[in-house]
Design a protein around this ligand. Structure first.
Ligand code: SF4
Length: 326
């Protein structure tokens, strides 16, 4: 029987799930994903996590709990330090496997091999070797498995750049027809935020679908190429060394500068340090130029759906009114 490896539907799931799934399956594992976020999953996460943590980390705790319930043999929580040269992922990712070990009882083995490409790309060899060894596979097989999985990852990123959202791109990779999005849209809105905030329908209060249902085409920073993101972020006097913040800021600036969107919504999570800085940077710049309407939404475990709906409706009304008035 294959070993069962659990992957939480949280944090960098929306970027790396196709890569991790294919890699682990090629190493002979059965991949088990935690359930879609529910109130119950979030509540369990909040109960087991330290109060000071940000909302996405609390939610990820709930997803790990969900995998413990599924009785998996391993939980895959790579210690994400850096995925790009001279850049970092938020330190909370780095400490996440340790926080989980300290706070969750009955955990199976945690696969927490580090990924740190800040200085050397070759660290990824070490990562594949260590994960392979934990699953009883040799270094060559592990490396080849990763190479094939990387091809899938590239295809996945290509689908995102074509305008699909993560769940849609994953369906296409699984051989399903892409869902037709409504073509009766009269405006385009960029939703800028961390992937685990904007793509999780529960935590974002179904933001993207609500916008689509209201007649808006939705774009995110992940629908841009790396080159476009970097073009956008060039206007900053200093390089942003947080990879996700760079993507968000560059994405917002690119959409703004190219005149591709009618409005920009920034989604921030409660207790997120990088979000408070990125949100401020984007807001200051966009308000100073005054070309594109901007709205900031803060999410926390108490955010009410009614408040979000009212604000979205008002924002879209204002964007539509502005287009006719200008
Ligand atoms: S970037 Fe913000 S939301 Fe993401 S893990 Fe770090 S503190 Fe939490």
């Amino acid at each position: 029987m294959p070993v069962r490896v659990g992957i939480p539907r949280a944090l960098l799931y929306y970027y790396y799930f196709p890569l991790w799934k294919e890699f682990l399956e090629r190493l002979g594992a059965e991949v088990v994903v935690s359930d879609r976020t529910t109130k119950g999953i979030l509540t369990r996460g909040v109960q087991h996590c330290v109060d000071e943590a940000c909302l996405p980390v609390k939610l990820a705790f709930g997803h790990v709990q969900n995998l413990v319930d599924k009785r998996v043999d391993f939980i895959f929580l790579p210690r994400m330090v850096s995925v790009a040269h001279r850049e970092y992922i938020c330190p909370k990712f780095l400490g996440f496997p340790d926080m989980v070990r300290q706070n969750i009882i009955g955990l199976p083995t945690v696969l927490d091999t580090a990924i740190n490409q800040r200085k050397k790309q070759r660290d990824i060899h070490q990562f594949t070797r260590q994960v392979g060894a934990a699953l009883g596979k040799g270094p060559i097989r592990s490396w080849l498995a990763f190479q094939r999985a990387w091809e899938t990852h590239q295809k996945y990123m290509g689908l995102l750049e074509q305008g699909l959202l993560p769940e849609e791109a994953m369906s296409v990779l699984a051989g399903k027809e892409p869902k037709q999005t409504a073509d009766n849209t009269d405006l385009t809105v960029a939703v800028i935020g961390h992937p685990y905030n904007i793509y999780d329908p529960f935590i974002s209060m179904n933001l993207i679908n609500r916008l689509r249902k209201s007649g808006a085409r939705v774009l995110t920073a992940d629908n841009l190429t790396e080159q476009m993101v970097n073009q956008g972020v060039k206007r900053l006097p200093k390089k942003l060394f947080w990879t996700l913040s760079r993507r968000m800021t560059g994405g917002a600036f690119n959409y703004h500068d190219q005149g591709k969107v009618d409005g920009i919504i920034h989604v921030a999570a409660f207790a997120c340090g990088p979000d408070s800085m990125t949100g401020e940077l984007i807001e200051r710049f966009i308000r100073r130029e005054g070309k594109v309407p901007f709205m900031n939404i803060n999410l926390d475990e108490h955010t009410g759906e009614a408040g979000i709906v009212t604000r979205l409706e008002a924002f879209l009304d204002m964007v539509r009114w502005r287009r006719t008035a200008v």
